[in-house]
Design a protein around this ligand. Sequence first.
Ligand code: GAL
Ligand code: MG
Length: 977
Amino acid sequence: MTDERPDPLIALRPWEAPEVTSWGRLPMNAVDRRPGAVVLDGDWRFQLLPAPDAPLGEVWSSSYVPGVWTVQGTDDLPRYLNVRMPFAEFPPHVPAADPTGVYERSVDVPAEWAGRRIVLQVGAAESVLLVHVDGRPVGISKDSHVAAEFDLTGLARPGERATVRLTVVKWSDASHIEDQDQWWHGGITRSVLLYAVDPLHLADVTVRARRDGDLRVDCRVRDTGGALPEGWYVSGELEGHLLTQDAEFDRANAEDERVSGFLGEARLRATVPAVRTWNAETPELYGLTVRLHRADGTIADTSRHRVGFRDVTISGRDLLVNGERVFIRGVNRHDFHPLTGRTVTYDDMRADLVLLKRFGFNAIRTAHYPNDPALYDLADELGFYVVDEADIESHDHAHEVADDPRYLSAFVDRVARMVLRDKNHPSVIIWSLGNESDYGANHDAAAGWVRRHDPTRPVQYEGAAKRGWADPDVASDIACPMYAPLEDCLAHAMSGTQTKPLVQCEYSHAMGNSNGTLADHWEAIETTPGLQGGFIWEFWDHGILQRVNDGRPAGRGGAGLYDNGVAAPGHRWAYGGDFGETDHDGAFIADGVVFPDRTPKPVMFEHREIAAPVRIESFRHEGVVLGNHQHFRGLDWLAGEWELSLADGTTLTAPAELPELRPGETASVPLPLALPEDGGEAWLTLRVTTARDEPWAPRGTVVCLPQVRLRAAFPPAHTRVPDGTVEVDEDGLLVHPLLTAAPALSLWRAPTDNDELGGMAARWRDWGLDAPARRVVSVRREPGRVAVVSDYLCAGGTVRHEQVLSAVADGLFVEECAELPEALYDVARVGTVFETAAGLNLLEWFGQGPWESYPDRAAGAPVGHHRLPVDELFTPYLRPQESGGRHGVRRFTLSAPDATGLAVRLDRPRQVSVTRHRAADLAAVAHHDELVPRAGCVVHIDAAHRGLGTASCGPDTFASYLVPAGVHRWSWTLRVL
Ligand code: GAL
Ligand code: MG
């Protein structure tokens, strides 16, 4: 193919023409053409041009489709920016240097397609797609996350070979409305298909299925040969029920002369008796086949759908699914993959949803564009409520674009195409007009289109809702703020002015070690009429697997080069700045509840418990009260086992019989295990698992671990040994055979992302809490006892620390006191740190666990007897930070394989961490792979540890989780095993 004549698609310069949303593109519809299509995925000839109007070179390389060239070995690498555009040009303009990928391949058009209509479908391309066949211009499309179809009939001839060229321009006017907080890439991110249909075909099928069993299927019929042939008709089949054409609808159409002979409309109707309704808990689907017939009864076209019967309504300030006020336990999800950047397979998406299901999520917001079509099939099937969001985010130039008439068609086009594509999915319960694009007339235009086209679902848009949560005139039926402080939500719900359901579109920012106060939020949501939940930001940590030696993305070749959240040696999870960009937003892209390889972060366990379908409401002497916290189903899909954890180290178990409970009901069951008289503290856990195989979990998968305390702890007693020995050095520091660093005061933690972005970390550094100088004030040696007073000199003030070391019957008793001056008012921690000799590699503890927990993220870690290798205690957050903490620890042992080691008992449940890293080690590096584990253990015992909060984006932790100034006292015993 040569470029002799000027190419009209190039001459038009559509990359700087927002009015041009497409040219030659077929209308979007909901007919699935994947079955029977020729899939054109694979290696295509490829050239990366410096600009769309640059001449083609002689040399072709190859590129895998679907994929982005930014991770496929080109010099145009991924780039991460949150709000700011990666170039200075104002909308609709783009820089002259504009990477443009030219993809080309030949296609053998099946000979049996003779006489049929041939269509090319490009699943997704960013951000402008130009299509040529055999050098002839075919069409243009924008809207990077929705497919574009082009009619190739007459261009691609059956039995012949055609050359398809797809030119993808990276920067365009559309980039200004695709300024989502994610990596910038370029390429074709979803499959390319070629398919054939009869000239007489189903142009669209709209299914409406209500919870009362009423089914309406509206068909649009066209004939690309011209006027529709006489006598065509449609029929349908829904699991044995035959659907016939609605005669009343036909008569009305005929009488009104509404449609010409070129557009066919027909409606299929049925009422399904005793219908099994769809909801996220019991996602019942019915198979529907729609057929278009010629007059002689032969079939011209077939379309298959899965139908879920359900209603979505708003009643007062409640969002109802099938009349039930459901809680929205949601997460925001991007199409992301650590090797491909954006291309995800069916199996990838299934794994995402299976994981979310296992951790109690029931809702997804497709942030911030329509996700891969298969995601919605999976959501229908596995049971998720979906807020489907259009691909509109003009964040950097939001205000200008929202009212810019040049972008009007793009707004309406994007919202409409999403709705046309996804309208038949029962999982989709709300349409979203996009994200962070201010609020303007362009939004109202798009909202108007949706309300007319699909009156069965609410519309939401955060930018509109923020004008007033109860404002009836804005384009949002839902009050859907992001990161609203809980007190604002509560105040609104209790103000008497609330008119709309309040479901936060984003909350609880999961960057690094985060999601503090999630349980407090849910406590409020579940007990406050008007609050209905929200969507955690976000599912993924978008780390791209990168080779450390050459800084290149590992690409598809990196399969298997990661495990358990950690990249293999020689690799790392890249975030902003790692591809040589100087202007970027760093680790803000790593803010998900799962690592880049989908390994769950500890917050997932917290969420699982918060979402528990069955809970222990209370414990009285006669028994345990259980409650069903689901909306639609009983407990029969669950099995249970009781676990009684006693302070003496034993755990007793007994099978649990779950009562028959309808949603919302409670029942008392007898205490299943006898509580030993002298056992001290006792905790009863109900280990709830799936009773049978579920589509998303094999039988026996843990669903939740509700727990109740049956008996409180006895305060520990100590027998002092007045003639025992306590050895300290001249600085008053303990000398102990198993410790390589003596117990000292610790006031600092390696700042979490929340600490950094919330401004706390800078204050702590200003105050010098990271490395205070210790000055010994006095060392008083008495028989069996040494009292040491020292001052920790911080720039922000001096902290007086007293440590009294006493010999006791079973070792050493350490009593500590630290007094923080008023100036040091909100510190990371107050506690003890010491380091052990090498070889103590196993931690066993009685306390909360087994996963990481912190004071404001401790609802999902049950109290019990836990054991883990020290190397598995640490959570490998992409940017190293405070990690590995365990909340509510009563006692622990650190031991070698020969069972030697040390045992620590605490005065009361405390925050403890045992890792291979000092706080300073963590704070000194930017990536996990730069950490060098120490041979021994770094042990922290905290009298007080600050909550995590979510201040990297949103509210900080609550006052009750802060570490105040003033006096802190704690004590512990140290014993050699
Ligand atoms: C929101 C935005 C998201 C993401 C998040 C912070 O404001 O909608 O796209 O940027 O903040 O991670
Ligand atoms: Mg944004």
